[in-house]
Design a protein around this ligand. Structure first.
Ligand SMILES: Nc1ncnc2c1ncn2[C@@H]1O[C@H](COP(=O)(O)OP(=O)(O)OP(=O)(O)O)[C@@H](O)[C@H]1O
Ligand SMILES: [Mg+2]
Length: 446
């Protein structure tokens, strides 16, 4: 992409309505535009990052055998009456009537609908285990939408629903989700800590929330400092090996880590050495639940077991806050000049800054570099505007591309361009060929 032809409505002024850094930078970098309270348009740069996050979520779900589908945003009230939640859900649910006067709602979540799909098509233990998931817009009429996409009213969620024949299999599905979530967040450059959660309106005993530590987070968190050192890394996990998957979950959930909802002060003191006790704040970027037969019993989703009896299917539901993640990533990765995207989610892999636009040899070097980067399978953003170098650097720093190549007549005379790392600010001089190879190496494992 050439910046002169892109749509990047960068703001010079800091928008006064934004209280936290991620919201400020998303507005200033032209990523989102508010249309109503808690409802946003995703402008091209924001949309690109949203798609990268979605892509990681899809890849990691499919890797563990979960199956994508797409359900509608509008649902019928009757379905929710079957579970009893139509009346329970309260004012967060946006209720709508169609022209026939039928009661509808904009889905805040999809347990009822997916249970309806399941009961219509699945009857036997032979079709299990099954996990269906979607990435779809949700609406919750939050009392206080705020912090931009972090607490929206309309927001994008990955919601997955597991169906199993018995409790052990359902707990394995729960664990599988935990591992797939850990890997997804790591690929996004985040440390998200699974913390024991309170079950809330969905019900069930087994539930963890995943929290990204950030001073602006809405949850108070209490944890053993050692949890922040845990990482899944590139280990190869056999997802069918229940004991191995359980082992990983134990590794990530044994050290103390809880939100204020489940915090136990006495246990915190007895279980965690004083110098490792931490109290801070966190952003909830996902949650997994095992709730058993709550919906299958209410809605008649039964399966025949191997010995011929009929039992309600064991279920869990598992969510990732896809649109909230943009805010969480920025809260975790920025400086006073702007965003610093982790390589895994960056909207463009590298920025190219032309220091002397209009100079024939600098322009042609930039064009050659632009093509060579694309040739490596990477996406460059080439700032080819007729602007001062300072303005070009400021834009690149604000939008946060992790790498920048600076091309100017002086360097070119020596056959060199400059590669700068956004995070460290360190630069090195490289030949045109070497810089393209370096980028290829940087992104090879990502
Ligand atoms: N209003 C919202 N705006 C953006 N993302 C949200 C919102 N509500 C929930 N999410 C995201 O969707 C994920 C799964 O939804 P879940 O039902 O667990 O939300 P929740 O526990 O009600 O969230 P919260 O406690 O933050 O209101 C959450 O972990 C969060 O990342
Ligand atoms: Mg939650």
């Amino acid at each position: 992409m050439r910046l002169s032809r892109y749509f990047l409505p960068v703001l010079k002024e800091t928008p006064s309505e934004a209280q936290i850094v991620s919201h400020r930078y998303m507005l200033r970098a032209g990523m989102i535009k508010q249309q109503s309270a808690g409802i946003y348009s995703w402008l091209p740069l924001g949309f690109k990052v949203l798609k990268r996050i979605e892509q990681i979520v899809h890849e990691e779900q499919i890797r563990v055998g979960h199956i994508p589908l797409l359900m509608p945003t509008l649902q019928s009230a009757d379905l929710w009456r079957e579970s009893g939640r139509y009346d329970d859900y309260g004012q967060e649910m946006l209720r709508i009537k169609d022209r026939q006067g039928r009661e509808m709602l904009y889905g805040p979540t999809n347990e009822e609908m997916v249970t309806d799909i399941f009961r219509s098509h699945v009857n036997s233990y032979k079709d299990l285990p099954l996990t269906l998931y979607q990435i779809q817009w949700k609406f919750r009429d939050e009392v206080r939408p705020r912090f931009g996409v972090m607490r929206g009213r309309e927001f994008l969620m990955k919601d997955g629903y597991s169906f199993d024949i018995d409790r052990d299999a359902a707990l394995h599905a729960y664990n599988r989700h935990m591992v797939s979530y850990l890997r997804s967040y790591e690929r996004m450059g985040l440390t998200a800590i699974p913390m024991r959660a309170a079950s809330g309106p969905i019900g069930g005993d087994n539930t963890h929330e995943f929290l990204v530590l950030a001073s602006t987070g809405e949850s108070e968190v209490f944890y053993d400092a050692a949890v922040t050192d845990l990482a899944l890394g590139a280990r190869d996990v056999d997802m069918d090996d229940r004991a191995a998957v359980q082992g990983i979950c134990d590794e990530f959930t044994t050290l103390y880590a809880r939100t204020d909802e489940t915090h136990d002060a006495a246990l915190f003191e007895s279980a965690v050495p004083e110098d490792r006790r931490r109290v801070g704040r966190g952003i909830e970027v996902g949650q997994i639940f095992y709730f058993g037969t709550k919906y299958s019993e209410a809605m008649g989703a039964n399966v025949v077991t191997a010995d011929g009896s009929r039992v309600p299917v064991e279920m869990g539901s598992h969510g990732i806050g896809v649109s909230r993640l943009l805010g969480a990533i920025i809260e975790a990765s920025h400086d006073d000049k702007g965003i610093i995207w982790p390589e895994g989610v960056t909207p463009f892999h590298v920025g190219i800054v032309n220091l002397k636009q209009g100079d024939a040899s600098t322009d042609s070097a930039c064009n050659a570099l632009y093509s060579a980067v694309i040739g490596k399978g990477l996406e460059p953003l080439y700032d080819d505007r007729d602007e001062r170098a300072g303005a070009k650097f400021a834009t690149m720093d604000l939008i946060g591309l992790p790498w920048r190549i600076t091309v100017g007549p002086r360097g070119l005379a020596a056959g060199k361009v400059e590669l700068t790392c956004r995070r460290t600010g360190e630069s090195e001089e490289l030949s045109m060929e070497a810089v393209v190879d370096r980028l290829g190496q940087i992104y090879a494992g990502i």
